[in-house]
Design a protein around this ligand. Structure first.
Ligand SMILES: *[C@@H]1O[C@H](CO)[C@@H](O)[C@H](O)[C@H]1NC(C)=O
Ligand SMILES: *[C@@H]1O[C@H](CO)[C@@H](O)[C@H](O)[C@H]1NC(C)=O
Length: 270
């Protein structure tokens, strides 16, 4: 039963892994100037990852100088600045593989659009919130997609139900007397197809994070096999070979007693 527990633990561990390979917390794409943001490369393999960003200040620079963990795989920006807006991603140490990349926008003004930082899955609901830095007298917000007004919501929240690829676009919002948020690109990802049709040969190879669950499950199965084989081997060994030391000792002592000429002679004469 020990292996079953081990398997369950490992499966839990694997399933918990974030497939995007990059987490942003708080999990949204827009921030007010001065907010604290933590970015982490999530990876359970031994490969090392480095968090990089493209901002107006540079290309492929390390994330948040001075606030990084020693291994560069995560960073905590304690006071984010508008100049730190840009694309953030994780890159393997060798530079060969990359995680999904995310757009982070830091508002220089007093309104942000709370939008998901990761792509929204097709068919899921998408909730957008328009938030001002100081409580608005009226929370009513106008939401725009690709420059056109789509809805005005008195609550400041807007939900798009069962999103499809056509909902993809550049979104922003506006609260009267407070101003406008930066724009954020919201992407909608395809539903993973269970019965995958033969994919066209022109399709790019799947990104690394798509392979991680398969690799993880494979490792678990391999490890489980090793554990079972080792366990079986040990069991068989202990069954086949009786403890040798005791037997040797008792044999020696019996032989020793019976091979004494004096006692043997006495025994036969009686
Ligand atoms: C970062 O910028 C460089 C140079 O402009 C570009 O080649 C690269 O694709 C960018 N990376 C991302 C993830 O956008
Ligand atoms: C980032 O934003 C640009 C437009 O502002 C968009 O073209 C690009 O696809 C976005 N990248 C991601 C990863 O969302």
């Amino acid at each position: 039963m020990k292996e079953t527990c081990l398997l369950c633990l490992m499966l839990l561990f694997c399933c918990r892994s974030n497939q995007s390979g990059l987490t942003v917390s708080p999990s949204r794409s827009q921030f007010f100037r001065g907010e604290s943001v933590t970015l982490k490369c999530e990876d359970h393999s031994s490969a090392g990852w480095t968090l990089r960003r493209n901002t107006s200040k540079g290309t492929r620079t390390l994330c948040g100088s001075g606030q990084r963990l020693p291994d560069d795989s995560s960073c905590e920006i304690t006071y984010i600045l508008p100049s730190e807006s840009g694309v953030y991603w994780c890159e393997s140490r060798g530079g060969g593989a990359s995680s999904i990349s995310v757009n982070i926008s830091v508002s220089g003004g007093s309104v942000i659009l709370q939008s998901p930082v990761l792509p929204v899955m097709e068919g899921h609901d998408l909730t957008l919130s328009c938030q001002s830095q100081t409580p608005p007298s009226k929370p009513s917000a106008a939401f725009y997609k690709d420059g056109s007004l789509i809805r005005t919501e008195p609550t400041g929240h807007m939900t798009l139900q069962h999103v499809s690829r056509s909902d993809e676009g550049l979104y922003k919002c506006h609260i009267s007397a407070h101003g406008e948020s930066p724009s954020s690109w919201i992407s909608v990802s395809e539903k993973p197809t269970t019965t995958s049709a033969p994919s066209s040969s022109t399709a790019p190879p799947p990104p690394l994070h798509a392979w991680l669950p398969a690799v993880c499950v494979g490792s678990v199965i391999l490890l489980l096999c090793l554990v079972v084989i080792t366990w079986k081997c040990l069991q068989r060994k202990s069954e086949e070979e009786p403890p040798p030391e005791d037997v040797t000792y008792s044999t020696v002592s019996i032989l020793h007693r019976f091979s004494r000429p004096s006692s043997r002679g006495r025994f036969t004469s009686n």
